[in-house]
Structure formats: structure tokens, C-alpha cells
Design a protein around this ligand. Structure first.
Ligand code: NAI
Ligand SMILES: O=C(O)C1=N[C@H](C(=O)O)C[C@H](O)C1
Length: 258
């Protein structure tokens, strides 16, 4: 069994974290979770305050950006200036932000992780397995994704919904028929991946009620990449690496969105 807890697996000392968007829902929860696990948060940035470069122990070794997509280039510049790894949590990542992440990843590890819950990683694995087996079935299922978030979420469809559809498609099982969204209800989110057959439906549901799992996933990913080799990861790829280190079945560089 692999323990999913934030701990340093490399020599060279524990990570020092920076958090962008530290006053937001996810960012504040990441700071709280660091405190619970005894990880140092040495630098925080908010919409109104970006402390300039500091030295020594006040410089983060890994930055968690829990703000929004259009902030990413600024965060990437900061990471470059201090040599910190970067974990991007925002879901509204477009081509320009993806390029900024790719450029930075030639110098330090960068993770584009739209869903940091380890149980969501499991949902991706289940969809990947269903896709791999679908060619053996008597009928090809028609797939769809329904996602729900609170009214506070700005973007749609969610990055996770797009990623699940991407996993299905990358496995060669065809296109996902539809991705639908609605905004209502309790925190945090639901993602329903449905396989529709002629007279039956199989639905793989991930229902999340608290940001704790995402914050814990962020700490796990941050401690894993801190002082790692330069590389661009998706969140799914990084959790594959952590949880399935010996698996040759793990696709590398797949087209998933997370
Ligand atoms: N990867 C994951 O597992 C999860 C990802 N998310 C994503 O994380 C992002 C943030 O989500 P929430 O915390 O719910 O939103 P939020 O709106 O509560 O927090 C975003 C924070 O970023 C701040 N911000 C805006 N511009 C900034 C700037 N230039 N510099 C520094 N801070 C700035 C805002 O003032 C706000 O405090 C969204 O894209 C959301 O979809 C949310 C939850 C889990
Ligand atoms: O609360 C959010 O916003 C979330 N966004 C991510 C997404 O777009 O996939 C991940 C999770 O669903 C929470």
C-alpha cells in the first residue's frame, strides 16, 4: 500500500511552500493543511499583495498556484526567479497558460493538476479501464459527463469533466457524446461519467463535499516534485507515478487535461 501523505521522499530538506491565491477557498485550505502537517508556508500571494523576491529560508522551493488561469504567467516568472517547482491547481487553463507552464518546465518540475483528490485519480483509472475493455463488449457504449459545482465556480465545463472525456478518447474508445454542467448545491463537486448501453447505464460517480482531499493532494504533489527534475506533468501522470511506480500500463504524456 502506498501512503498518500505529504512527506519528503528526497534528500535536501523539507519543502518550503509558496501559495498564490492564499486567501481563496482552495488556497486557504492548502495553507491550513500545511499547518496541520508541519510544512512551512514561507511565501503567500493574494490579489492585492505579491511580496517581492526574498532570500534564504523565505524563498519557497515549490509554489502552489490556487488562484486562476490568467495569473499563471506571473507565477511562472516568480518560480523562474527563485528556482521553485510549480503546482498549478486552476481549472481555467488555456493555450497561453499551457505554453507558460511548458516553458517553465524546461527549468523546474511543473504540474497542471485540475483535480488533486486522489479519489478522483481513482475515477480516472476506472474510466481508463472501462475504455480499455469497451472494445470487447457486444455494443459500444455512448459516453457522457455531467458535472456539478457550486454557483461560485466561474468556468465550465470543469477541467475534470474534460479530463475524464480525454481519458476515454485517448484510450481509443471514441468521443464522449456530451459534457454537461450545472451550478447549484453544496460544496464541492460531482462528476458523473456515464456509459450508456441499449437498455442499461453504468455511471462512475465522484462526489466531493469538502476541499480537504484536494488540499491534501496538493501537499502530496508539492512534496513529491520539490527538488525533482524539470518536467511537465499532468496531475493524473504524477499520481500514476506515485501510486503505480512499477506499472508499464501507465501511459506517459497522454492527452488528459488535468
Ligand atoms: N485542482 C483541484 O483539485 C481544485 C482546483 N480548483 C480550482 O482552483 C481555482 C481556485 O478555486 P477557488 O479557491 O474555489 O476560488 P477562489 O475564488 O475562492 O480563490 C481564488 C483566489 O485567487 C485570488 N487571486 C485572483 N487574482 C490573483 C492574483 N493576481 N494573485 C494572487 N491571487 C489572486 C482571488 O482573490 C481569490 O482569493 C479555480 O480555478 C478552481 O476551479 C478548486 C478546487 C480544487
Ligand atoms: O471547485 C472547483 O472549482 C473545482 N474545480 C476543478 C475542476 O474544474 O475540475 C476540480 C474540482 O472539481 C473542484
Amino acid at each position: 500500500m502506498v501512503t498518500i501523505t505529504p512527506q519528503d521522499h528526497r534528500s535536501g530538506g523539507p519543502p518550503r511552500l509558496g501559495v498564490v491565491g492564499a486567501a481563496g477557498r482552495l488556497g486557504a485550505r492548502v495553507v491550513q493543511e500545511c499547518d496541520r502537517h508541519g510544512l512551512a508556508v514561507v511565501w503567500t500571494a493574494t490579489r492585492t499583495s505579491w511580496p517581492t523576491r526574498q532570500d534564504g529560508d523565505a524563498v519557497p522551493t515549490v509554489v502552489v498556484d490556487a488562484s486562476r488561469g490568467d495569473v499563471l504567467p506571473r507565477t511562472a516568472d516568480y518560480c523562474r526567479s527563485v528556482g521553485a517547482a510549480l503546482l498549478v491547481c486552476a481549472s481555467d487553463i488555456g493555450p497561453a497558460q499551457r505554453r507558460a507552464a511548458a516553458d517553465l518546465s524546461t527549468e523546474v518540475p511543473v504540474v497542471l493538476a485540475a483535480n488533486l483528490s486522489i479519489v478522483n485519480w481513482l475515477q480516472h483509472q476506472l474510466v481508463r479501464t472501462a475504455a480499455a475493455l469497451s472494445a470487447r463488449l457486444p455494443e459500444v457504449p455512448e459516453t457522457s459527463v455531467l458535472e456539478r459545482h457550486t454557483t461560485a465556480k466561474r468556468d465550465r465545463p470543469s477541467a475534470t469533466a474534460r479530463s475524464l472525456a480525454g481519458v476515454w478518447e485517448t484510450a481509443g474508445a471514441g468521443r464522449t457524446h456530451e459534457i454537461a454542467s450545472y451550478r447549484a448545491g453544496l460544496p464541492v463537486s460531482e462528476h458523473r461519467f456515464a456509459l450508456g448501453f441499449a437498455h442499461e447505464t453504468l455511471t462512475i460517480i465522484h462526489d466531493v463535499r469538502d476541499l480537504g482531499p484536494a488540499a491534501l493532494g496538493a501537499l502530496t504533489a508539492a512534496t513529491w516534485i520539490h527538488r525533482g527534475a524539470p518536467r511537465l506533468w499532468t496531475g493524473t501522470e504524477l499520481f500514476d507515478e506515485i501510486l503505480l511506480p512499477d506499472s508499464s500500463a501507465t501511459p506517459r504524456g497522454s492527452a488528459s487535461v488535468t
